[in-house]
Design a protein around this ligand. Structure first.
Ligand code: NAD
Length: 270
């Protein structure tokens, strides 16, 4: 049931590749809640994915942007402000990619050029998005910017490899830019640390099924789904969370506070 939580708000949503994407679900909920927004993704993802279906359903325009290109981001913000008819109230950064993970490189044999790419795409792009928005003065007062993270920023999950470093940096950028944007424009910046989720990025990590099931059993509420994550994001784009900033928000069914659970004990007894 929709509540018009985002009525009158304008946004930019990065990262909807296909209907499994967390950003796809965020777009659907944001649309149901009355927001207008543009959708964006890297040009290659636009060719491979199915974003036009989503755009049609949400009455949204699609603007290509490689999130590592400041030029593309400037074009994206300028066009979005024009199309939506005013400054931006919310931005979702839902972007992650590691060539080392994708190509199965061992952590003890990392390709350092690929590591740079991992950091640029998955973390530094978050800074680029915010610096571009600030320089163009494209954000509205009391706007909200959200990135998506994973608990590998705090604890090791071997197959997550260099993405762990990207997520640690992403969360750090949220704190530093949150301080700046809060002071300058009352804009809040947070990250949501989401449960393992069956998406293209998620399932690209080796052994994903095993740690998906492990996390599910280690979480009293079970894994949070992409739909749950979308609702949580939308709450953070609404006026109900105006004083929350510079936080990494655990959205994981209780995983991060659990030592062990009965469900896992039962599994280990087998
Ligand atoms: N799936 C999980 O288990 C999980 C858990 C916690 C956090 N996350 C995070 O959620 C976010 C969204 O991932 P998802 O799981 O929905 O997977 P997804 O594969 O659907 O989304 C990742 C998106 O990043 C985009 N992208 C990659 N390179 C880009 C670039 N240069 N410029 C612009 N966009 C680019 C892809 O095109 C894709 O749309 C990521 O930050 C991911 O790390 C995912």
């Amino acid at each position: 049931m929709a509540h018009q939580l985002l009525k009158g708000k304008r946004g930019i949503i990065f990262g909807a590749l296909d209907e499994r994407s967390i950003a796809w679900k965020v777009a659907q909920v944001a649309h149901d809640e009355g927001a207008s927004f543009t959708l964006t993704n890297a040009p290659i993802a636009l060719r491979m994915g199915t974003i036009n279906e989503l755009a049609k359903a949400c009455n949204a325009e699609v603007i290509p942007a490689d999130a590592t290109s400041v030029e593309d981001l400037e074009n994206l913000f300028n066009k979005s402000v024009d199309i939506l008819g005013g400054k931006i109230d919310f931005v979702l950064h839902s972007i992650g990619m590691s060539p080392n993970v994708r190509k199965g490189k061992d952590y003890g044999d990392l390709n350092y050029d690929w590591l740079q790419k991992t950091l640029d795409v998955s973390a530094i792009s978050f800074h680029k998005v915010m610096q571009t928005a600030e320089k163009l003065d494209a954000m509205n007062e009391w706007g909200s910017i959200m990135g998506l993270s994973y608990i590998a920023a705090q604890r090791t999950f071997p197959d997550y490899s260099d993405m762990a470093h990207a997520k640690a940096m992403l969360e750090s950028i949220a704190r530093s830019y949150g301080e700046r944007f809060g002071r300058l424009k009352n804009v809040r910046v947070n990250t949501i640390s989401q449960s393992p989720t069956m998406t293209t990025a998620g399932t690209g990590v080796g052994g994903f099924d095993v740690f998906y099931n492990y996390a599910d059993k280690m979480s009293p509420l079970g894994n949070a789904t992409a739909e749950d994550c979308a609702k949580y994001c939308v709450m953070f784009f609404s006026d109900f969370t105006r004083m929350v900033t510079m936080q990494n928000l655990m959205h994981d069914g209780g995983f991060s506070s659990s030592g062990i659970t009965d469900a896992l004990i039962e599994e280990l007894k087998k």
